[in-house]
Design a protein around this ligand. Structure first.
Ligand SMILES: Cc1ncc(COP(=O)(O)O)c(C=O)c1O
Length: 428
């Protein structure tokens, strides 16, 4: 054992000596030739990787990812530990509690996915729907389209209700569609980030119960930015992403299933199409299945979980209600500033606007791509255009969590005023 450690140490020392002995004067351009002369491999090390990493500072004021505050960056930068170490399980338990708070749920089956918001989206559908079952999807922007596509791919019988971006569904419309299609699952996006809508949720969970259907809600763009109460609003499955108002780096995605959803999952006749996203394994990995031991399933993103824990800690310290209030106040300050610039908000009804992501109708005569390019070039600021059905209709400003401040609104307004002055306006 001692000998093995010694040998590994010697090897490492030799490797370091070797790396540091490459003369600094050799130009990266010469390395491929040198490599060919000395090496048995035919593909040389890529020249781009022999240069230092470059990632510029950007104000990330689009719909995500948001800037990550130093405290969360530092948490993510801590030395990693094993994904199955007891300390890691403690951290995962803390994350579970933080998600329960952020979602306002007591659900035991509450975890964070190793992956982005789409991973949680797929996890929800793959685990609660079986091929041939009927699914109803509300589409008023891109996210319903995505869910319909995912459900179709796994063999569900997909029905859609469609509104133009900016539109929303009344409970009566939803009830009629539930009665008509008899789905096992109804999907709704709470914060439709492509359109800038915060969809009303009250009463829909009750309708789903009456129609024996699960209620699945996407809160990737709204969690922490607009009120949502998983248990009180009878939401059966809720998911979000790490990189919006939570301000953690992209790559982890909280999700929670209530008892109704768990019952549907445990009564499946077929296995979910994905092994990685199978909740039977994930619930064990997260200690939700009551079994005494957690068994290896996959290697979770340890640094991502450190960062997610810190972001949930910040939300817990700030308080959900304060966070919702703050996003609303800052959003209203932004609306006023945009209107003072002569810009038109895309969602006319203020009560339907998503406080975390604001959509602006593209000012007439301007090329939206030129505006966005100008902002990046001269202000190091990312705003974005529309997505899916809202492409070409809107510009999007996302001020979420750490980024949500009146100072940042002022920065956005100054940058936009400058862009409108300098970008080309057609005569038409
Ligand atoms: C409402 C909504 N749902 C889902 C997603 C997808 O999340 P991700 O890009 O993390 O996969 C996004 C991303 O912007 C979103 O805004």
């Amino acid at each position: 054992m001692k000998r093995a450690l010694f040998c590994r140490g010697t090897l490492l020392a030799q490797q370091v000596a070797l790396e540091s002995s490459v003369p600094a004067a050799i130009s990266p351009a010469l390395l491929p030739r040198l490599h060919r002369a000395m090496s048995s491999v035919s593909i040389p090390p890529p020249a781009c990787l022999l240069k230092p990493l470059e990632a510029p500072f950007r104000y990330l004021f689009g719909p995500g990812p948001s800037n990550v505050p130093p405290r969360i960056l530092a948490a993510g930068g801590r030395p990693i530990i094993g994904h199955m170490h007891p300390e890691m399980f403690e951290i995962m338990n803390d994350i579970k509690k933080g998600i329960q708070y952020a979602f306002q749920t007591e659900n035991n089956m509450t975890i964070a996915m190793s992956g982005s918001g789409h991973t949680a989206m797929e996890c929800a559908i793959f685990n609660t729907v079986e091929p041939g079952e009927s699914v109803l999807v509300a589409i008023n922007g891109i996210w319903g389209e995505r869910v319909a596509e995912i459900a179709k791919r796994m063999g569900a019988n997909v029905h859609t209700m469609v509104k133009a971006p900016g539109g929303y569904f009344t409970n009566q419309e939803i009830e009629q569609a539930l009665a008509k299609h008899k789905p096992v699952l109804f999907f709704l996006t709470h914060g439709e980030s492509s359109a800038g809508i915060a969809h009303p949720v009250d009463g829909i969970g009750d309708l789903c119960r009456q129609h024996n259907c699960l209620f699945l809600v996407d809160s990737v763009a709204s969690l922490g930015g607009a009120p949502l109460y998983m248990d009180k609003q009878n939401i059966d499955i809720l998911y979000t992403g790490s990189q919006k108002a939570l301000n953690a780096p992209p790559g982890t995605a909280p999700i929670s299933f209530n008892e109704r959803a768990c019952k549907k999952m445990s009564s499946r006749k077929t296995k979910p199409v994905s092994y990685l996203l199978d909740m039977t394994h994930l619930s064990n990995y997260w200690g939700c299945d009551g079994k005494p031991a957690r068994i290896y399933h996959h290697t979770g993103p340890v640094s991502g979980f450190f960062a997610l824990r810190e972001s949930l800690a910040i939300l817990a310290e700030k308080g959900l209600e304060n966070s919702w209030r703050h996003h609303k106040e800052v959003a209203e300050y932004l609306y006023k500033g945009l209107e003072d610039l002569g810009l038109k908000l895309f969602v006319p009804d203020k009560s339907l606007r998503l406080p975390s992501v604001t959509t602006i109708a593209i000012p007439s005569g301007y090329d939206w791509r030129e505006i966005l390019a100008y902002l990046i070039k001269y202000h190091q600021m990312e705003l974005t255009g529309g997505l899916g059905p809202s492409m070409g209709l809107v510009l999007r400003v996302g001020l979420m969590g750490y980024n949500c401040s009146k100072t940042n609104v002022d920065l956005v307004l100054l940058a936009l005023a400058d862009a409108l002055k300098h970008c080309h306006k057609s005569k038409a």
